[in-house]
Every structure is written in C-alpha cells, then in structure tokens.
Design a protein around this ligand. Structure first.
Ligand SMILES: Nc1ncnc2c1ncn2[C@@H]1O[C@H](COP(=O)(O)OP(=O)(O)OP(=O)(O)O)[C@@H](O)[C@H]1O
Ligand SMILES: [Mg+2]
Length: 291
C-alpha cells in the first residue's frame, strides 16, 4: 500500500525514481513539473515556470514554483495556511506580475495579463442584493454583454449546475452547496477553459463538501475544463486531483515557500474512493511532504 503511493511521489528536484542520476540533481535545475510539461503530447493548459513572487518587491513569498496542468486535468495545490497559495493564484490569474518566472496558457505567455483564465477567489461570495441569475451573469455583463443576452447565455447551464428553478431566487434562499455551485457557474461563464479555484469548498459542511467535490470533478470532465484547485485540506486534494503539488515554507518568517513534491493519485473508479488503499497511500505521502 505504502509502496503504491511512494512510487507516485516526486520530491521537488527529483526526476523519475528509476533514474538514479536524477536523485542527485539540484532542486533548482531539475524540476519535476517542467518534466511533466515536456512529457505531454500537447502544450499544457496551464504552466507556471520558475515563479518567484513578492507582494512588496522585497520579501519573497514563494520561489521557483513550477506547476503544470494538462488539458482536461484537475490538479490541486496544497499547503498550510500562509504558505503562499493565494499569492500563486493571483499570479496565475495575471492579477499580479511575478518578480521572476512566467505563466503560460496553452503555450502562450500570459504573464501579468488578466482575463485569460477563469478564477474564483477565496472570498468570492455572491452579492446578496442580486438574484442568482444576475449574480451568475455578472462577468458577462461586466464584459459588456446586454443583460438579456447574458441571461439567455447563462440559463441553459442552471440544470447541469444543479440550480434549475433557482434563477430568480436570492442567495440567502439557497443552501451552501447551491451557493457554491452558483459561484462556480459564474466562474465558468467567465469563458476560459482553464479555471483556478481558491479554497472553493471550505465553508461547506463535510457531507455537502464531499458531494460538491464529486460533482465538480464530473462537471469539469464533462465541460472539458482544466482546473487548479487551491486548498489546505489534504482530503480535498486527494479526492479531487490527479496530481497534487505540495507547497511548503514559512514566508512570514522569511523562508519562501517551494513546491516540495508532487504526488500522483492513482484514481480508481469507485464510489467510495475515499476508503481505498490508493486514497490513503496518496494522503500519507502528501502529509509526509507537508511535514
Ligand atoms: N495583499 C497582500 N499584501 C501583502 N502581503 C500579503 C498579501 N496577501 C498575502 N500576503 C502575505 O503573503 C504570504 C502568503 O499569503 P497567502 O494569502 O498567499 O497564503 P495562503 O497559503 O493562501 O494562506 P491561507 O491558506 O490562509 O489562505 C503571507 O505571509 C501573507 O501575509
Ligand atoms: Mg489563501
């Protein structure tokens, strides 16, 4: 069991385990995520290359971060509170410009250019004074679409997002899971095929969270989305991702965070994946990397 998980871990700086030479490489020169990108037959949907980020230009929050999300893949970035996950999301969304490194979308350099990926920020709540349909349509209206056209575009998705009949309701009339699906529909309508989600399910109770995670993985596959989900919840990461990037460090103490390992999850088709040996092996590996 443990071996099954262990063989799927790449510590940052290591290549494949079966190549003895790679184990001696410098973490800065031999990067697993970059290798993964090179292995793909097409350009990755999203790539962070050597990202070094700072909010003030002086204190480095994260250094030399490489992340690769293949087309149609759901990956997670997991790390403890304050290690720099949201900082990375802002850079990937083009909301900030890195000190060093690049962000590539389907091979195109989009570093520092917003509007190219869809994203849901950590506290991205629905506006209480707008009906669900108008909350969901917000990105379209902000992009200049007429309200009626935006509604016509959004309405067909309500059923697939489990929101049929909720169009005219207020956010306060929906359950937490429904609100989260509405927020995700709003994100989806931003129109990009690459989605970044920051702690999307953390406010939900455990059972709802499990349902919404499963729903998200299914709907992402159906819509052909590539997603990077940011979380501090190891269970969330293992239950959703095919690959987990583990971030560790203490930027507030002057120790920039790095990707310390990548765990590949052996997905087995099972209604109860969370009870399988493969699940537990992957969870153990992520927890070991987090320290
Ligand atoms: N807007 C900002 N301006 C200045 N510093 C910031 C800003 N946002 C975050 N930081 C600092 O950057 C570091 C990383 O914060 P970040 O929000 O990226 O962590 P996180 O991993 O997302 O944490 P959490 O899991 O609690 O959301 C912290 O030291 C934080 O104080
Ligand atoms: Mg955060």
């Amino acid at each position: 069991m443990a071996e099954a998980g262990e063989k799927n871990v790449r510590r940052a700086g290591e290549g494949r385990r079966e190549d003895p030479a790679l184990g001696q490489s410098s973490p800065r020169t031999e990067r697993a995520a970059a290798e993964l990108a090179a292995d793909l037959p097409v350009a990755p949907a999203l790539e962070a290359r050597d990202l070094t980020l700072s909010w003030d230009g002086a204190h480095v929050v994260v250094a030399d971060v490489d992340v690769t999300v293949a087309p149609g893949e759901v990956c997670c970035l997991v790390g403890r509170s304050g290690c720099g996950k949201t900082t990375i999301l802002h850079a990937l969304a083009g909301l900030t410009t890195p000190m060093a490194g690049r962000v590539l979308l389907h091979g195109e350099d989009v570093t520092g250019r917003p509007g190219r990926v869809s994203y849901m920020l950590q506290k991205d709540l629905l506006l209480p004074s707008r009906r669900i349909i108008d909350n969901v349509c917000l990105p379209l209206v902000l992009a200049g679409m007429k309200k009626a056209d935006a509604r016509a575009k959004a309405e067909p998705f309500f059923e697939r997002f489990g929101l049929a009949g909720c169009e005219r309701k207020w956010p306060s009339e929906l359950s937490g899971g429904m609100r989260q699906r509405a927020a995700f529909l709003r994100t989806y309508l931003m129109g990009a095929d690459v989605t970044l989600l920051d702690e999307p399910f953390s406010a939900l109770d455990a059972l709802t969270r499990t349902d919404v995670r499963r729903w998200f993985v299914d709907v992402a596959a159906e819509l052909g989305l590539s997603a990077l989900v940011i979380t501090h919840d190891v269970d969330e990461a293992v239950s959703m991702a095919s690959r987990i990037y583990v971030l560790a460090g203490a930027p507030a103490a002057g120790e920039p965070s790095h990707v310390v390992g990548i765990v590949t999850v052996d997905r087995v088709t099972s209604e109860s994946f969370e009870l399988t040996d493969e699940y537990l092996a992957a969870k153990r590996e992520v927890m070991a990397l987090l320290g």
